[in-house]
Design a protein. Structure first.
Length: 190
């Protein structure tokens, strides 16, 4: 009888061990699932950190570009103020210079050769001198037409106004051209 009692106790212990093993297996399965979820969360966090670093780099470069643009805007405002000051200081009408100038060929129209949307380049100093000579020659021809024996003697007052408008503000125009060139150099230097 003692053998049967021992066998029964052993069976009870084996059943308890089997129940404990099943319970331990469920906990280990839950732990493995949690570990896999943790690994996927770490991977997602790593991806999010990479995206955040890329966004931060983009933000830094945008901030640098914004600083450059801000500097250019400040320079443009300064040049605008200088141009407005030059325009305000320009004389209303320059006196008409009546000196004999050599005959220059008729001006060539640049606008016909260049497309309408193309910017007109600022003239070089030699080109500006040539232009001044052509303007003086044009003024001389117009004044020849306006003499009392000329074909259109009646419109002398209108002719004087036209002459004044054509020859006015040459120094102002030259300083504006210089300011435009320096503005272009400042804006596109970076």
């Amino acid at each position: 009888m003692t053998g049967m009692i021992l066998d029964g106790a052993l069976m009870l212990l084996l059943v308890a061990a089997l129940g404990y093993g099943v319970r331990l297996e469920r906990k280990l399965t839950t732990l493995r699932e949690g570990q896999q979820l943790f690994a996927s969360a770490v991977t997602e966090l790593n991806d999010a950190a990479g995206r955040a670093e890329a966004a931060l780099a983009t933000l830094r470069s945008s901030g640098h570009e914004t600083d450059l643009l801000h500097d250019r805007i400040i320079k443009a405002r300064e040049v605008k103020a200088q141009l407005e000051a030059l325009i305000a200081r320009a004389p209303a009408a320059a006196p008409v210079v009546r000196e004999a100038a050599p005959k220059a060929p008729a001006p060539v129209a640049r606008a016909a050769a260049a497309p309408a949307s193309a910017p007109i380049p600022s003239p070089a100093p030699a080109e500006t001198d040539e232009r001044a000579r052509r303007m003086a020659a044009l003024a001389e021809r117009i004044q020849g037409l306006a003499q009392p024996g000329g074909p259109r003697a009646a419109g002398i007052a209108d002719l004087a106004a036209i002459l004044g408008a054509i020859t006015a503000n040459q120094p102002g125009k030259q300083s504006l051209n210089q300011a435009r060139r320096s503005l272009d150099e400042d804006l596109f230097a970076a």
